[in-house]
Design a protein around this ligand. Sequence first.
Ligand SMILES: [Zn+2]
Ligand SMILES: [Zn+2]
Length: 89
Amino acid sequence: MLCLFRNMDEDVCTICYENVDATDRFVTEECGHQFGKSCMAEYIDEARKENERRYHDTDDELRPQLDMSVHCPVCRTSLNDEQFAAIEK
Ligand SMILES: [Zn+2]
Ligand SMILES: [Zn+2]
């Protein structure tokens, strides 16, 4: 899926709009959006808790239909969990 809005400024975290060092940069494989690693780690944490909450709020028979993946905070593309391993504490 193509993102319509790519960052104008290459060095800005898309979550907090602070500048990010090259060493602290996380770029999504799927859509190329970039974030500071600490912001992304926090975001992933929240997104997973949110998924857990939805899971518990959903009836048993509907649970298989739930999308439990984490989405890009900018364009909502669902992200491959494996790429998060590098930034999680
Ligand atoms: Zn940030
Ligand atoms: Zn994106």
